[in-house]
Design a protein around this ligand. Structure first.
Ligand SMILES: *[C@@H]1O[C@H](CO)[C@@H](O)[C@H](O)[C@H]1NC(C)=O
Ligand SMILES: *[C@@H]1O[C@H](CO)[C@@H](O)[C@H](O)[C@H]1NC(C)=O
Length: 328
């Protein structure tokens, strides 16, 4: 898990660096980069006749994480057919059309949730998606990476940045729902973070009226064991006392390299999604394994794929759109 997530963080940070460095970006992407998000949205709207771009018209909990390294957002559309239970998506960035991900003309009938990837991203070159109603927090700041790209922070350092940033964001977007930073693995880090931002409150009272508290606590969880899955999330939610978003999960265990069969993954999906849908305190979740290029699976075993290398949906992808229920 450590290695995987280090690489993930590094690659995401690298792609953002590339986007900023216009001369290295192919011409098509430079055009995209030059559009502000509102211009980009106008462009997308002008080429379409259907529903607005960023509208939550569905209330299912299931979402899609689409790596911005895929460059093109159009394959994501396949998950948002009228009979699909998939309701939202994200790409680890602030804006779905930020240059690295070309979304011109792409219209998705679902909610896009931007992410504030790290503490230095609030006022960077990119802007938040117009109409943002929800925001994902820092991605895996507990990782001690030595790549020189991802930056490990002490919980207290992250908390100081967070307190300023969350106030600024809430002033600009008064009704926004904010997710906590999400850990690669270190729950202690996140507990210390919460205690730093809300020292007078605790999980037992949902961190009271603390003005710096996030609306949801976020988690990543990779396992092949259903009982471990349930137990870990129940305990996690109790430890933090607020509703939970599971923004990455799959039938996979880092380190031990198990190779679950398609059938095992399919059963795991049905059981986890059925259970997640039943838990009132679970707000949203997103299966990890949506990309064409295998390198953006970052070592997660291929049987977890929701999309094949040719960009078509796998049977597991169709099952995901079917509320996790196996399609016979
Ligand atoms: C988890 O985070 C805490 C707080 O920053 C730190 O003291 C501890 O060493 C970390 N544990 C691991 C395994 O990295
Ligand atoms: C949704 O509808 C399409 C087209 O009618 C169909 O091919 C697909 O199997 C349906 N999917 C689900 C999950 O019901």
């Amino acid at each position: 898990m450590f290695k995987f997530l280090t690489i993930l963080t590094w690659c995401l940070a690298l792609s953002l660096t590339i986007a900023q460095d216009a001369p290295n970006v192919p011409t098509g992407d430079v055009i995209t980069l030059s559009l502000s998000s509102s211009e980009a949205q106008a462009t997308a709207s002008a080429t379409s006749t259907n529903t607005p771009i960023v509208t939550a018209t569905r209330n299912g909990k299931a979402g899609i994480g689409w790596p911005s390294q895929e460059k093109d957002a159009s394959p994501v559309i396949q998950f948002f057919t009228p009979n699909s239970t998939v309701s939202w998506w994200f790409d680890w960035t602030k804006n779905w059309n930020q240059g690295v991900l070309n979304s011109d003309g792409v219209e998705i009938d679902g909610q896009f949730v931007p992410m504030l990837f790290g503490v230095d991203y609030l006022n960077n070159f990119d802007t938040f998606q117009d109409g943002m109603t929800e925001l994902m927090g820092y991605n895996e700041p507990d990782l001690k990476s030595n790549t020189g790209v991802s930056v490990y922070l002490e919980p207290s350092q992250a908390a100081e940045k967070w307190k300023t940033q969350i106030i600024q964001i809430r002033q600009q977007y008064p009704n926004i729902k904010i997710h906590s930073p999400v850990m690669a693995s270190n729950k202690t880090w996140l507990l210390e973070f919460f205690k730093s931002i809300c020292p007078d409150d605790s999980a037992s009272d949902g961190w009271g009226n603390c003005e710096y508290k996030p609306d949801y606590v976020s988690a990543h969880l990779y396992t092949t064991d259903m009982n471990y899955f349930k137990g870990t999330l129940i305990e996690f939610q109790k430890d933090f006392g607020i509703p939970l978003v599971l923004s990455e999960f799959a039938c996979h265990k880092f380190g031990s390299d198990p190779h679950p069969s398609l059938e095992e993954v399919s059963t795991f999906m049905e059981e986890t999604m059925t259970w997640l849908d039943q838990q009132e305190w679970v707000v949203k979740y997103a299966w990890f394994g949506v990309s064409r290029d295998p390198q953006w699976l970052f070592g997660v075993y291929e049987t977890n794929r929701l999309m094949a290398t040719d960009g078509s949906l796998t049977s597991l992808g169709k099952q995901y759109m079917n509320g996790g229920k196996k399609i016979s």
